[in-house]
Design a protein around this ligand. Structure first.
Ligand SMILES: [Zn+2]
Length: 314
């Protein structure tokens, strides 16, 4: 009688271990990979994919900076679940509270995790044009989320900034000051970047794309102007919105600049020759095609946006 019982216990133990293993592995899927790119600055690097029903829009670089008293989150992810995963990742690294959430701009892959950090103790920071962009696009974003990303969103997920930045805002995380700069229209009309003086790191977000084709949703001329200005500055580390961390500034900026300049010169030439948008979309910028991921997905839209802007140049 004793022997079958022992076997039963053993098989129960095996089942228990198996279940534990499965739970741990399931958890691993929702755990974010995080890298410390400079002292106290942590980044989760997104993959170069279109936002879809498999990745649920989680494709951008997101992360956080830790001071002596506080944590500042920079972008919250492409869906609420990613926001909660980021929050969990923070608690594993530090017991300091999150005091600020900085949204670098309105695009869904950067703001859909906001709800995870909503609390009376957390201040949301963004460009002074971010709230307007959120309210203009919010309903459209909510409607599209189910079909495109297979996630359910509601108005409560689109959280506008408590602290809008018109030009510049300095926040103190405790022995660590971050400067948030609001940029003129470039990638969008509501881009902010975050500079950490302690490590000379610039969190540039989508003002800088590496590998992933730059996406124009603001102004081609404005973006190039900002890049020309920022190129002259010295940064030890730069964190793009999409692509790997940069430690050779401004060298790693050159591919993006080249792409945008190619669009500018070739579209200007077509307009000068009296050509129309349809032809520009077919001909402009294809020398750049092999250099970029997701070129086919974004390039035509970029040409269309830039053409509309340049058509009315003096
Ligand atoms: Zn963007």
């Amino acid at each position: 009688m004793q022997e079958p019982q022992t076997i039963e216990r053993k098989s129960l133990k095996v089942i228990f271990l198996l279940i534990t293993f499965l739970i741990q592995n399931a958890y691993a899927v929702t755990t974010l990979s995080i890298a410390e790119v400079a002292q106290g600055i942590y980044v989760h690097f997104g993959k170069h994919e279109m936002p879809n029903k498999t990745n649920h829009g989680a494709i951008a670089n997101i992360g956080f900076i830790i001071g002596n008293n506080c944590v500042a989150v920079i972008d919250t992810g492409g869906n609420p679940e990613q926001g909660f995963a980021l929050k969990k990742a923070i608690t594993k690294i530090t017991d300091k509270p999150v005091c600020y959430v900085i949204n670098t701009h309105v695009h869904p892959d950067h703001i859909y995790g906001n709800i995870a950090f909503k609390s009376d103790k957390v201040k949301f920071i963004g460009h002074n044009k971010l709230a307007r962009a959120m309210s203009t696009r919010g309903q459209y974003y909510i409607d599209k989320a189910v079909d495109q990303l297979d996630i359910k969103l509601a108005a409560k997920h689109i959280i506008p900034p408590d602290m809008p930045v018109k030009k510049k805002l300095i926040i103190d995380l405790g022995g660590r000051k971050l400067t948030i700069n609001a940029h003129p229209t470039a990638h969008t009309d509501n881009d902010v970047t975050v500079f950490d003086g302690r490590t000379q790191t610039l969190w540039m977000s989508d003002l800088l794309f590496l590998e992933h084709l730059p996406v124009i949703d603001g102004s081609l001329l404005g973006w190039l102007k900002e890049l020309n200005r920022m190129e002259k500055k010295t940064y030890k580390t730069v964190i793009p919105g999409h692509g790997p961390v940069v430690t050779d500034w401004p060298k790693s900026l050159q591919p993006e600049k080249k792409y945008l300049q190619t669009l500018l010169s070739e579209i200007r030439e077509m307009i000068k020759q009296g050509k129309f948008l349809e032809e520009a979309v077919k001909k402009v910028g294809y020398s750049e095609r092999k250099k970029w991921k997701l070129f086919d997905q974004f390039h035509k839209k970029n040409v269309t946006t830039a053409f509309a802007e340049l058509e009315w140049e003096d």
